[in-house]
Design a protein around this ligand. Sequence first.
Ligand SMILES: [Zn+2]
Length: 267
Amino acid sequence: MIKHLAFIFLAIVVSSCHGYAAISSTSFKDIATGKCTVIDLTYPLNKNNAYWPAPSYSPFTYKSVATHKDNGVFSGTYSTPEHLGTHIDAPNHFEDNQPSVDELTLESLIGPASVIDISDKVENNADYELTVEDITDWEKVNGRIRDRSIILLNTGWSRRWNDYEKYKNVDDSNKLRFPGYSADAARFLVEERDINGIGIDTLSADYGISKDFAVHHIINGSSKYILENVANLNKLPPTGATLIIAPIKIEGGSGGQARVWAIMSHH
Ligand SMILES: [Zn+2]
């Protein structure tokens, strides 16, 4: 099994740096020498992290339980909702009888990133929802979405990340106002394309004012996952990056914090 995983990792690095060249150890050199760049799409966990603003959800907390000074060793303990910071929604989050976070296959957590930028449309409309036409327009420029892709929606919302109030953007009638995927776009992605999952740089794949969470039901109902609060999407090209997602392995969990990174070449 360990040999098998090493093979997968090597194959990804090679395919993202040299097309589908033969597997060789030079791919690791490409990372060390900067021919390939690795970009972290994960926000650091701290007490200011955005989380789903519902009752019984709470901020991230951390406290040290041992210090160098008093104990000769430093260690801490923390608590967090699963749906806080950069995290994954497992398929069982919105649908019964779907895989929990520990049951996601490792193969599904690796794939080509297709990055769709709608930040200019969101600029004038915080309630903007990605349309099917946005996707097909993107394909006219970048080619058809590759099989086993992870779709990443760059809405520009990350500019608000350091201010939870601005990030939630609650209006006078207590509604969240931020952009997302439309239900039609989600349906198109699971029915007409072969994707591993989707991601977004906001609190939810459904736009803020959604009441039915249609996108969550469609994606999770197709046994696929959703990444939320993804960082640094503006640093990724539309295609050419390979994504690796490493969620915390909570047995039976509905999701959880995930370290997400992208490997990309400079040519
Ligand atoms: Zn979530």
